[in-house]
Design a protein around this ligand. Structure first.
Ligand code: SF4
Length: 58
């Protein structure tokens, strides 16, 4: 499954903008996971996140 570390997220919006099926921005300006299934899109989001806040966990 996919997780976001809110303490690391800098709120850039990249993951939610590019992969809205998996992520959205919450009212605190942080990204949150709305579908924790791993996909090619979530893999890209992990590698693209500038803060290293997205991770794949078992
Ligand atoms: S790409 Fe990373 S830093 Fe940017 S909103 Fe998503 S989790 Fe936060």
């Amino acid at each position: 499954m996919i997780k976001i570390d809110e303490n690391k997220c800098v709120g850039c919006g990249l993951c939610a903008g590019q992969h809205p099926e998996s992520f959205q921005m919450n009212l605190d300006g942080k990204a949150e996971v709305i579908n924790d299934q791993e996909t090619p899109g979530t893999q890209k989001a992990i590698s693209d996140c500038p803060a290293g806040a997205i991770s794949s966990v078992k």
